[in-house]
Design a binder for this molecule. Structure first.
Ligand SMILES: NC(=O)c1ccc[n+]([C@@H]2O[C@H](COP(=O)([O-])OP(=O)(O)OC[C@H]3O[C@@H](n4cnc5c(N)ncnc54)[C@H](OP(=O)(O)O)[C@@H]3O)[C@@H](O)[C@H]2O)c1
Ligand code: SF4
Ligand code: SF4
Length: 376
């Protein structure tokens, strides 16, 4: 296992961090997990040198923290740092934040949380956290020793990331990043900004929730033609670890073999490990994925809101993702959510309001029909 110093914090961490969000292969609220299997998987990772474990209040129907707490008995707690999170939706004032943290400490069976994150924030959620006194609460808890580091995980556009990062004295940040997301969310710019401030960066979705683990044919052909043979998972992790700003790469594993494979991969990764030819390989792989794009929707949302509730950019990004990564739509989290929340293209009455607003001049009405037919 390779270890890295976490930026300005000066502490060491294993580069492989175990994510506890997908013990049943799902990132939803589904709590049907095999507890014994999950516990042995966590312990296997720790025995293999993992020192960073990530969970959250809401994962696996709020059971992830409980399972992790059980796995960390018998001396395992002292071998790791725990990251867990406070969701903005679950708190409204100081008392509810105190109650939530107390509940999490109880579930995790510990007296402190190492990395405490405001969960999946964007500008709106950060403003809410500020309005209810969360920064003061985090500072107080740090002084009391109930948390060690005040952090956030981020989902949103780059300008919001920059605003949040510069708005407070954060100890760590967790971003979605992989070779496909270089210009998405915080992206490479966000990674480098955090790095320039000495703020350690923890990566989530390094395999895009597993989508980058199985290459579609046109991508696999490019991997196969390269003289050095590695699995898509290994290429994706090596690409991430090449970046010196990256402290920890989270990987959510469902199977013991995945833990073993990742322990092997993270035994060799160093900053600057990728040769120029290997970097070019990953650019070619990225282009091959992008060639499968269905529609050039930029997600700008100028077309929104649709008066009939169609989640237009959501339908298009789901359509693109399903095509890009060769996913079965029924197994796609975004598609399931669209249907659950009633934002599907079947609600469109062809009023045309969205097309008039689209700066990309997309033929939205026809493309929505095509997308919905293919997805279903
Ligand atoms: N704070 C936030 O907002 C947030 C959001 C997302 C994630 N996270 C955290 O970040 C962690 C990582 O994110 P993620 O779970 O999306 O990670 P990920 O690494 O992008 O995807 C995990 C999936 O990759 C596959 N996988 C992992 N290792 C593999 C291997 N060696 N070979 C083949 N497939 C492999 C598995 O897919 P299969 O299911 O197909 O087996 C697994 O479910 C989460 O567990 C969670 O702790 C946080
Ligand atoms: S054309 Fe359809 S998708 Fe566009 S705004 Fe009207 S109802 Fe909504
Ligand atoms: S306005 Fe056009 S490009 Fe922007 S989100 Fe809507 S469909 Fe996509």
């Amino acid at each position: 296992m390779k270890y890295r110093t976490m930026g300005k914090l000066g502490i060491e961490s294993s580069v492989f961090g175990l994510g506890c969000m997908r013990f049943n292969g799902q990132a939803s609220g589904d709590s049907t997990i095999d507890e014994q299997k999950a516990i042995s998987l966590i312990r296997k990772a720790i025995d293999g040198g993992v020192t960073y474990i990530d969970t959250a209040y809401v994962y696996l129907g709020k059971t992830s923290e409980i399972v992790l707490g059980k796995a960390l008995q018998d001396g395992y707690r002292d071998k790791v740092t725990i990251a867990t999170k406070m969701p903005a939706e679950a708190v409204s004032d100081r008392a509810s934040m105190e109650a939530l943290l107390a509940e999490e400490l109880g579930k995790l069976q510990t007296d402190h949380i190492d990395f405490y994150l405001m969960h999946g924030i964007n500008k709106q959620k950060w403003e809410k956290f500020k309005s209810i006194g969360a920064p003061e609460f985090f500072d107080d808890m740090k002084r009391e020793g109930k948390i060690r580091y005040k952090c956030f995980s981020f989902h949103g556009p780059y300008d919001e990331f920059e605003y949040i990062l510069n708005d407070w004295d954060w100890d760590m940040v967790q971003i979605q990043y992989n070779f496909m997301d270089v210009d998405n969310q915080a992206g490479t710019k966000g990674l480098e900004l955090a790095g320039s401030k000495g703020i350690p960066v923890v990566i989530m979705e390094g395999l895009m929730g597993g989508n980058l683990a199985k290459a579609p044919d046109n991508v696999q052909e490019i991997y196969d033609a390269f003289p050095v043979k590695r699995s898509p998972v290994e290429w994706a992790f090596r690409w991430l670890c090449d970046h010196p700003e990256v402290s920890v790469v989270l990987s959510g594993c469902n199977e013991s073999e995945q833990v073993e494979d990742n322990l092997r991969i993270f035994d060799t990764v160093e900053p600057g490990i990728m040769t120029d030819k290997e970097k070019k390989l990953m650019e070619d792989v990225r282009a091959a994925y992008l060639s499968r794009t269905k529609i050039g929707c930029t997600g700008c949302r100028y077309c929104m809101p649709c008066p009939n509730g169609v989640e237009i950019p959501g339908v298009f990004s789901t359509w693109n993702n399903v095509s890009l990564y060769g996913i079965d739509p029924n197994k796609d989290f975004g598609f399931r959510m669209l249907k659950q929340r009633g934002g599907g293209a079947d609600k469109c009455v062809e009023c045309g309001a969205c097309e008039a607003a689209c700066p990309q001049h997309l033929d939205i009405i026809e493309k929505l029909k095509e997308a919905w037919k293919e997805l279903n």
